[in-house]
Design a protein around this ligand. Structure first.
Ligand code: B4P
Length: 196
């Protein structure tokens, strides 16, 4: 299996790039943001709980997200690999993922982190908010809150993977095509290393 994590602050292009990466590499896309929004749309108990956190720019509790990832994994038993998008977002989630992958006798090949400056991120998110109908993208104070949650709770996840020598920063500014080319270059190099 070849498993990747696409890491980065809100609006850094994780969702945008993931769509292209799963098509090119044939791995299964696991976006916790998309899974949570699907639960919200269906008004499930999990979705109703998640919405109350997302609307405030907070993270959904770890046990809710980890349970959701666990069952998604079980639904995709034959996968040749996963692209984790927006997960893990806390150190507890990263540790839970390590355990889950160990049980499946696999691991993370690389963590690619999209690097984008904050003002560009705010611009992108407010712009998306005009058409997406996403409540967490229309209010600038909620967007700023998401950045502070990212800095406090999600940034330490980078350290977790730096220690394991899996972390690689990738410039996330420029055109979607340019960023995609940078990501593919990094992935191809990791794949080659895994085969050697
Ligand atoms: P997510 O759905 O993961 O979304 P995101 O961080 O907002 O965005 P992403 O980085 O994917 O941005 P995108 O490519 O779309 O999370 C939403 C919420 O769900 C979280 O705040 C949290 O509450 C909850 N949640 C999710 N996972 C969780 C977890 N594991 N634990 C706890 N809670 C969790 O790009 C954004 C915009 O930029 C788009 O409009 C796009 O068109 C544009 N864009 C992309 N690339 C561009 C480029 N190169 N140039 C210009 N614009 C670009």
């Amino acid at each position: 299996m070849f498993n990747l994590i696409l890491f980065g602050p809100p609006g850094s292009g994780k969702g945008t790039q993931s769509e292209r990466l799963v098509e090119k590499y044939g791995v299964v896309h696991l976006s916790t943001g998309n899974l949570l929004r699907a639960e919200i749309a269906e008004k499930t108990p999990l979705g109703i709980e998640a919405k109350s956190f997302i609307d405030k720019g907070q993270l959904v509790p770890d046990e809710v997200v980890i349970g959701m990832v666990d069952s998604y994994f079980d639904q995709h038993k034959g996968a040749r690999g996963f692209l984790f998008d927006g997960f893990p977002r806390t150190v507890a989630q990263a540790k839970a993922l390590d355990k889950l992958l160990e049980l499946k006798k696999t691991n993370i090949a690389a963590v690619l982190a999209l690097d984008v400056n904050e003002e560009e991120l705010v611009k992108r998110l407010l712009n998306r908010g005009k058409t997406s109908g996403r409540s967490d993208d229309t209010d600038e104070s909620v967007i700023r809150k998401r950045f502070s949650v990212y800095n406090n709770e999600t940034s330490p996840v980078a350290e977790h993977y730096k220690k394991a020598k899996k972390f690689q920063a990738v410039k996330g500014e420029g055109s979607v095509d340019e960023i995609f080319a940078r990501l593919c270059e990094a992935i191809d190099a990791r794949m080659k290393k895994q085969q050697d």
